[in-house]
Design a binder for this molecule. Structure first.
Ligand code: SF4
Ligand code: SF4
Length: 236
């Protein structure tokens, strides 16, 4: 086979990868939209907005939602507030008004860069960044997916790996992330991934911690404590 034939075969293979990747990416976007729509429908049926504030307050980091005086310092400090559907001050007001569906379906938490400026400057000591994490956690739990940032998908993969292995395997994390969001963009990072692997910086297989059973017991206990706290707070 001559060099021209080899080049044509390589070109054809690349085109196939791009076409397949394009269709898979479309399917992933469609799936994420369906999942978000299903989450919205399920929350609409739930229709219980009044307990939302208690639900947020029951999770560590969300307790201080009532301390906010709506001064707006956090919004003025936030480098990403212009990108957010609802900036932090408004998000807190919406949590207090029980607007569960609107808050959890918004993109605000996904655009939070965890810079902690809001937290450092809040005159009431509200841990706004932690609150963002709480809302992100709840949004993920209810099944919301925000395509523009891919942040929930990364978050889900990260937590999934910690749950199953006790530590993160970077290669598996990134492959899972791209497959769950936009497989085509994996092509852009492929070269970098190969370079890291060649230098031994990114092992093919991830290792689990030694005592996974102990970690599972800790996580089970933590979930039970959180569930009990939520029931107590929301039912109070
Ligand atoms: S800076 Fe603090 S008190 Fe002011 S709006 Fe933001 S969270 Fe509320
Ligand atoms: S931690 Fe998040 S919400 Fe707070 S200022 Fe930074 S980007 Fe904005």
């Amino acid at each position: 086979m001559g060099p021209l034939s080899v080049a044509l075969w390589v070109l054809a293979a690349l085109m196939c990868i791009v076409v397949v990747g394009f269709h898979v990416s479309g399917a992933v976007v469609w799936y994420n939209r369906r999942k978000t729509a299903a989450a919205e429908r399920s929350l609409a049926k739930k229709g219980d907005g009044t307990s939302f504030q208690k639900e947020v307050a029951a999770i560590p980091g969300g307790e201080e939602v009532l301390k906010c005086i709506q001064c707006g310092t956090c919004v003025a400090s936030c480098p990403n507030s212009a990108e957010m559907q609802y900036p932090p001050r408004r998000l807190i007001a919406m949590v207090r008004s029980g607007m569960r569906q609107e808050v959890l379906s918004s993109n605000a938490m996904s655009y939070c860069a965890s810079c902690y400026l809001c937290t450092a400057r809040c005159p009431r000591g509200v841990q706004v960044t932690d609150l963002m994490y709480v809302l992100k956690q709840l949004a993920f739990r209810y099944g919301f997916r925000h395509e523009p940032t891919g942040s929930p998908a990364r978050y889900g993969r990260f937590v999934g790996q910690i749950n199953s292995k006790g530590r993160v395997h970077e290669l598996g994390l990134m492959i899972g992330y791209y497959l769950g969001t936009n497989p085509l963009s994996m092509l852009k990072m492929g070269f970098l991934g190969l370079k890291l692997m060649a230098r031994g910086r990114s092992p093919l297989a991830g290792k689990a911690i030694r005592d996974k059973g102990q970690l599972a017991a800790i996580l089970t206990k933590a979930r039970a404590l959180e569930a009990a706290r939520t029931t107590e707070e929301v039912g109070a």
